[in-house]
Design a protein around this ligand. Structure first.
Ligand code: HPA
Length: 267
């Protein structure tokens, strides 16, 4: 399914990442911390979906942080851009095929838990993907993974404890919680947020859960961090804007970069 894309990448680089990282909205600056070996734009890989979302560059950056070899997705692809769930997770499968075994997902999301403030980081303890189609629908590629993957430990406990330990070392407070994915692109209504809250959602966004599903399916150990970029609709009376999301991401980017590079070094 992705052999053509792997061939194209392998003609450019033989880099074998250990850790894969997906950078969320407005968090792309982290890629500058990478001691870069090579970068490849999604648009240079035939058949790859390209990022059209604001603040999503749309390229793979390969290189090192400390002694770790990493592949970074600077910009992801979302369902609301018109991509199928299978297309949206293609870059995740590519990074696994290149050799990465651990995946760090990041995103900007809306805070639902009443104890969350704008600018908080939330370690994802679990997710709700029931409002979006699964990326595993369709014929199963048995080379990639099993037909019915177990999701009881989708977010790896050991990676989660590394994030919490690193945050403590850096004196960065972190929350933990359940992330729910909706398709977007519209922000939610107050009634939707009330529903999400009642089923145990702490933060809501438009990515990540389908990536975690595809990643677990193809054998990644997965962890995730959400930046609470705004309080979700109805939690605050303020109308939500894309600008608020990117302003928070900019304001939190230094802390985010410190946390992420610390986590990579501690893995
Ligand atoms: N809802 C959905 N997605 C988001 C939000 C939100 O409030 N903030 C950032 N991404």
């Amino acid at each position: 399914m992705i052999s053509k894309q792997i061939d194209i990448i392998r003609r450019i680089t033989d880099f074998e990442p250990e850790i894969a990282v997906v950078l969320g909205s407005g968090l792309g600056e982290f890629a500058k911390q990478v001691d870069k070996v090579c970068e490849i734009k999604y648009s240079d890989i035939e058949g790859m979906p390209v990022s059209t979302a604001p603040n999503h560059e749309g390229k793979f950056v390969f290189g090192n942080i400390g002694n770790k070899r990493i592949a970074v997705m600077q910009g992801r692809v979302h369902l609301y851009e018109g991509y199928s769930p299978q297309e949206a997770v293609m870059p995740i499968r590519i990074m696994r095929a290149l050799g990465a075994e651990k995946l760090i997902l990041t995103n900007a999301s809306g805070g639902i838990n009443k104890n969350f403030k704008v600018g908080d980081f939330m370690v994802i303890s679990d997710h709700i993907s029931s409002f979006v189609p699964s990326p595993l629908i369709g014929q199963n590629d048995n080379q990639l993974g099993v037909r019915f993957p177990d999701m009881s430990n989708a977010y790896d406990k050991e990676l989660k404890s590394i994030i919490i330990k690193t945050a403590k070392e850096l004196s960065i407070p972190v929350k933990q919680g359940v992330y729910a994915q909706l398709t977007g692109p519209q922000f939610e209504t107050p009634a939707e947020i009330k529903m999400l809250s009642s089923i145990g959602t702490d933060a809501v966004g438009m990515s990540t859960a389908i990536e975690a599903i595809a990643a677990v399916h193809c054998g990644f150990k997965v962890c995730g961090v959400s930046l609470i970029a705004n309080l979700a609709c109805g939690i605050t009376d303020m109308p939500l804007t894309e600008e608020e999301v990117s302003n928070t991401a900019n304001a939190s980017s230094k802390q985010f970069e410190a946390l992420l590079s610390g986590v990579i070094r501690n893995i």
